[in-house]
Design a protein around this ligand. Structure first.
Ligand code: IPD
Ligand code: CA
Ligand code: CA
Length: 265
């Protein structure tokens, strides 16, 4: 692990924790909630405030770095120099939960070099759980090593999924996947935070997760956490997974063939 990565990891953890706690303190007193497009894509004043505060702090501490955030897009420096380290931020993942007072959401920060996540930090303020990884160094949950589950039997597995509310073009595929798993697994969950879904695969609480049409800020930190926890990440629609992929499957190598059989059927 380089000194640069370590410094940024510690900085990202501090930010995610402080801002996650700030978001938690505001969950029942939001100033505004609105939709970005259609009637599904919710944003609150806290999403925007958290993202602005991350941007300000990162650009002050690491002025050579760039930032891509869900709510405010890219910093000027990214456009200027695509070789910079890129911080990818989801200020609140699980905004629909958050906007309804459901305590299941998180702050997600990834640091990416040439499209590859090097550092991943996710903080869930409601469980006081910090998930962290540096590429090549394993993954931790609250400072302890975490691993994906060793599940290999589909019928005993508990899976997680979600759907991108705006992706009406995926409706048939989404519904046929649910149907395909029906009667073959122990349970299917939709918790409403793709980032935490990935974290839950990484720490073995959930045996597998898949979703279509996610964005880099939904996948960058979580995909690194899963890989560093010994799991596998697959793009269901293309050869190789990248944080810009249009689909993601996260599971253990032991359950992967079983999940693929169903999802590719
Ligand atoms: C959403 C959540 C949700 C997933 C959606 C995402 P947001 O992100 O991760 O679980 O199903 O596809 O857009 O809007 O809460 O940051
Ligand atoms: Ca998100
Ligand atoms: Ca978000």
């Amino acid at each position: 692990m380089s000194k640069e990565e370590f410094l940024r990891l510690e900085f990202a953890k501090g930010l995610a924790k402080d801002l996650g706690r700030f978001a938690k303190s505001k969950i029942n007193s939001l100033s505004w909630t609105k939709t970005k497009s259609g009637f599904y894509d919710v944003v609150t004043n806290i999403d925007v405030e958290v993202e602005n505060r991350v941007k300000e702090a990162v650009l002050k501490a690491f002025p050579q770095d760039s930032i891509l955030g869900e709510e405010t897009g890219t910093s000027e420096s990214e456009a200027a120099n695509p070789d910079n380290l890129l911080w990818i931020v989801d200020p609140i993942d699980g905004t629909t939960n958050f906007s309804k007072g459901v305590p299941h959401s998180c702050v997600s920060i990834a640091i990416v070099e040439n499209g590859e996540p090097k550092v991943g930090v996710v903080y869930d303020p409601f469980m006081d759980e910090m998930f962290e990884a540096i590429k090549g160094n394993g993954a931790l949950l609250n400072g302890k090593e975490m691993h994906v589950s060793e599940m290999s039997e589909l019928e005993k597995s508990v899976l997680n999924t979600g759907y991108q509310y705006s992706a009406v073009n995926m409706r048939k595929k989404v519904l046929s996947d649910y149907e395909a798993f029906f009667g073959k697994i122990r349970a299917l969950r939709i918790f409403g935070s793709a980032v935490l879904d990935l974290c839950y695969v990484a720490c073995g609480r959930i045996d597998g997760f898949w979703e279509y049409e996610l964005k880099p800020w939904d996948m960058a930190a979580g995909s690194l956490l899963v890989k560093e926890a010994g799991g596998v990440i697959v793009d269901l629609l293309s050869e190789e997974f990248s944080i810009y992929s249009k689909s993601i499957l996260a599971t253990s190598s032991t359950l992967l063939p079983e999940m693929m059989k169903v999802l590719k059927a």
